[in-house]
Design a protein around this ligand. Structure first.
Ligand code: ATP
Ligand code: MG
Length: 453
């Protein structure tokens, strides 16, 4: 009943058409659009098609931020788009997108599409009917009008269309007003839209953190109750979405937002473990803080680094277990790393290509302890020294490694040859050291830096 009423209201809005705002109402100038996106929209318009810059780019420009990428939406079909651009190709099977290239740049061009009519009943059967194996909506799979294309998007600020020819913003759902009020508001009935695609709950937390917006109370209300629906989303899609959040440059706020919405459990198995343990939490926050700072300074941050952070304590626990089984130190380390990565992969399906870097970050932590003889010099030429040292700095910040050690490595890297020679510590009997550590009680051992590598 309520649903029908809402659909009716939405229908009316559709009939009324979009608000079309001229330049002085939104301030987005044509020159602010990426030249490759302009080339695409200009070409499409010349051929008589509708062509808009859409989604995140319009939102970000409206907010005075720099867009991450420029997407274009049009009423031309994938084949028609493909024919207009020599350097383009169609990707995707279920719903085709065209990638248009200009030099190294890439623009995603999508044909307007509509959501299929809303499902009448609620309950478990419906979701499986509309959700494909990768958790994306099958119902998204039909071409539609620009109005329909706007209505199938998630939040009002994500449903703005910019026409570069006329420098107009087309706003069908009040996105411009919401951007001014800094409100993240779901288009349509929030509970219905979250049920259609539960990942939108994570997106709500991500955008609220990234844009520093409030989630509109009506949008927020159903999340607590529906959070459990994330369990049916394939692990690979959850992983991708969480990496977007953790590598957004606003991860600290994003994780806080997840907790506030009751979404932090069951999204990433390792996040559960971390958020339930105060000492791990401290490390996580140091890691997120550091990564946010790096990204905002335009430095790189990789999923592998983030995974190494998230799984660090699991690896340490596993390492203690392997040591307890009497394995040689080196084998204990390698078996522990493999065990932890394989266990997580079963839960999360993250790509194997990250394993190499994760293992390097972990195994170098022990090698940082060796500060005499030729060993520290050998580390200097390690291709991943910088990332591994960043990891050590995060450990030091959260009390998991000695600050003195982390600082020593900062200085050692900057020093010249003579200074380095002076910095070296006197050689120690490594056998004796190892025996001493072996006798240490497990509780004490885990609270200190491990001797690994
Ligand atoms: P970012 O700058 O973080 O990439 P974005 O708004 O571009 O933000 P994307 O995930 O790249 O976000 O998606 C592009 C657009 O596609 C969104 O702005 C939104 O309109 C639409 N969209 C993406 N995912 C969904 C979804 N799950 N449900 C509805 N609309 C979606
Ligand atoms: Mg985007």
């Amino acid at each position: 009943m309520i649903r029908r009423l809402i659909n009716k209201v939405l229908g009316k809005k559709t009939a009324a058409g979009p608000r079309i705002l001229p330049l002085d109402k939104h301030g987005i100038r044509r020159e602010q659009i990426h030249p490759c996106a302009l080339k695409v929209t200009d070409t499409l318009a010349r051929e008589g098609y509708a062509a808009f810059v859409v989604g995140g780019a319009v939102r970000d420009l409206l907010l005075g931020r720099e867009p991450k990428d420029f997407d274009v939406a049009t009423d031309a079909t994938p084949d028609e788009i493909r024919r207009l651009f020599r350097r383009s190709r169609v990707i995707g099977r279920r719903f085709q997108i065209v990638h248009v290239y200009c030099g190294p740049d890439l623009i995603e061009v999508t044909t307007f599409r509509a959501a299929a009519p809303p499902v009448e009943d609620e309950g478990d059967e419906d979701e499986s009917r509309v959700t494909a194996a990768d958790g994306m909506l099958l119902r998204d799979n039909v071409f539609g009008s620009r109005e329909e294309d706007a209505a199938r998007r998630d939040f009002t600020v994500n449903a703005l269309y910019y026409d570069p020819e006329k420098q107009e913003v087309w706003d069908s759902h009040g996105g411009v007003a919401d951007a001014q009020k800094k409100v993240l508001r779901m288009i349509g009935d929030p509970a219905t839209r979250f049920r259609e695609d539960p990942v939108r709950m994570l997106r709500a937390a991500r955008f609220a953190a990234k844009l520093d917006f409030h989630i509109d109370p009506a949008t927020r209300a159903p999340i607590a109750e529906l959070a459990g629906m994330l369990a049916r989303i394939p692990a690979s899609r959850l992983f991708d979405e969480m990496m977007k959040l953790l590598l957004s440059g606003h991860a600290e706020r994003g994780v806080k937002q997840l907790r506030a919405e009751g979404l932090h459990h069951g999204v990433l198995p390792m996040l559960d473990a971390i958020l339930d343990d105060p000492s791990r939490q401290k490390f996580l926050h140091a890691a997120l803080h550091d990564t946010d700072a790096r990204i905002r300074q335009g430095q790189s941050a990789s999923p592998a680094f983030m995974l190494a952070c998230l799984l660090w304590f699991d690896m340490r626990r596993e390492l203690e277990r392997k040591r307890g089984q009497g394995l040689h130190e080196q084998s204990a380390l390698y078996e522990a790393m493999d065990t932890v990565l394989e266990r997580q992969r079963r839960a999360l399906a993250f790509p194997r290509r990250f394993d190499g870097m994760i293992k390097e970050i972990w195994s170098l932590q022990g090698r940082f302890e060796q500060r005499s003889g030729a060993r520290p010099f050998r580390l200097l030429s390690h291709p991943r020294l910088s990332a591994c040292h960043d990891f050590l700095l995060i450990r030091a910040e959260s009390g998991d490694a000695s600050q003195e050690l982390a600082d020593w490595w900062s200085r050692f890297q900057d020093a010249d040859e003579a200074e380095r020679a002076e910095m070296l510590l006197p050689a120690r009997g490594t056998d004796a050291t190892r025996k001493r550590r072996k006798r240490r009680k497990p509780a004490e051992a885990t609270s200190r830096a491990p001797e690994i590598g």
